[in-house]
Design a protein around this ligand. Structure first.
Ligand code: HEM
Length: 119
């Protein structure tokens, strides 16, 4: 069996490091802070690690809510979605993920835009 992208990237430890760097940027951005005021960030990091592992081919089971349900009450704008995606891109770069792999991961995540954005 060929290696999944997730395994090729270095598996869970690398995804965890990406997710850590990603939420560091998201959480401290003034434009985004209000969204995360009541969020348990440890739980969010754990679910995001599972989610990104899943969309890159695992093997990992995602145990959080689906994207529509997780973001339904948040009224997320297209602009804020794009800002969050740009931080994910930067976190992938910081963890030395190649451009080809970054593109694959960002396309996989951008496919959820309609489920995540409310307006
Ligand atoms: C870029 C694509 C995105 C992905 C892949 C993503 C993924 C996720 C995942 C996996 C969860 C956990 C769901 C759960 O625990 O059940 C989550 C929750 C959350 N997301 Fe996103 N998300 C994205 C974009 C955004 C954006 C743009 C915002 C706000 C600007 C946002 C704000 C939140 C918040 C606040 C929560 C936690 C909700 C709560 O506390 O219950 N997300 N997201």
């Amino acid at each position: 069996m060929s290696k999944s992208l997730c395994a090729e990237l270095g598996g869970k430890p690398v995804i965890e490091s990406v997710v850590h760097d990603f939420y560091q940027m998201v959480y401290y951005d003034h434009q985004l802070q209000a969204y995360f005021e009541t969020t348990d960030m440890d739980a969010l990091r754990a679910h995001q690690t599972e989610f990104l592992s899943m969309v890159t081919g695992g093997p990992t089971d995602y145990s959080g809510r689906d994207m529509e349900r997780a973001h339904a009450e948040l009224d997320i704008t297209t602009q804020d979605f794009e800002l969050v995606v740009s931080y994910l891109e930067r976190a992938l770069e910081q963890n030395d993920i190649s451009e080809a792999h970054r593109e694959t991961i960002l396309s996989a995540v951008e496919a959820y835009e309609d489920a995540i954005v409310s307006q």
